[in-house]
Design a protein around this ligand. Structure first.
Ligand SMILES: C[S@@+](CC[C@H](N)C(=O)[O-])C[C@H]1O[C@@H](n2cnc3c(N)ncnc32)[C@H](O)[C@@H]1O
Length: 205
């Protein structure tokens, strides 16, 4: 069976499943698969989702945190509002201090987890896209360090490439446990990868 055929089948599988289960994006499965394995989000948690449009991860996270949790989604683009009272979304650029200030103001308490699927517009020039993705991952980490509770968790998208090992080293200095994850719903061929940091260390650790 040709590999391209298997890949297309897999892509179509998650696309159809998302449609049937009313998720706004296939991306929802990447988060669900990673949480199922590593349990970094749980019922009642406060979650900040960076780069959240159109909202697939928000839906997946809401399913896990339930009614007692809280989710704040942030994106450059407007996110179609959710009916659930404990889901808020704002339009904002995560590289701007102003946005970080608004996030802090809206949170009921320090976040249990920060999740970031933020990605730049793809230029097609591999080095450029890789560098931009790592910049956004670094910015997400900076925000996570500001808004996470001690021992909170952080899950972030990156692209494989020569800047990735440095980023992973930085994550290892900041979190008790770090894992590099390729969820089954992520295309095998893409260089997309997720880094999970569990148990943010306090500055005294
Ligand atoms: C892959 S999509 C996220 C998909 C989302 N996780 C879902 O499940 O629906 C990446 C998002 O990052 C957003 N983004 C890119 N740069 C950003 C920035 N500087 N600030 C906020 N959002 C940004 C894009 O607008 C885009 O919606």
């Amino acid at each position: 069976m040709p590999k391209s055929w298997i890949k297309r089948r897999k892509r179509e599988h998650y696309y159809r499943k998302a449609k049937e289960e009313k998720y706004r994006s296939r991306a929802a499965y990447k988060l669900l698969q990673a949480v199922r394995k590593y349990k970094f989000i749980k019922e009642g948690d406060v979650i900040v989702d960076l780069g959240a449009a159109p909202g697939g991860w928000i839906q997946a996270a809401r399913k896990i945190v339930g009614e007692k949790g809280f989710i704040l989604g942030v994106d450059l683009k407007e996110i179609e509002p959710f009916e659930e009272e404990n889901v808020l979304t704002i339009v904002g650029d995560i590289t701007k201090d102003k946005t970080v200030k608004i996030i802090e103001e809206l949170l009921p308490r320090p976040a249990d987890a920060v999740i970031s699927d933020v990605s730049p517009k793809i230029s097609g020039i591999w080095e450029v896209d890789h560098a931009r993705q790592i910049d956004l991952a670094e910015q997400s980490l900076k925000i996570a360090e500001m808004i996470l509770k001690p021992r909170g968790n952080f899950f972030v998208k990156a692209f494989e490439g020569d800047l990735l090992p440095d980023f992973i080293r930085k994550m290892r200095r900041r979190f008790g446990k770090v894992r590099v994850i390729k969820p089954p719903a992520s295309r095998a061929k893409s260089s997309e990868i997720y880094i999970l940091g569990m148990r943010l260390k306090s500055t005294l650790d």
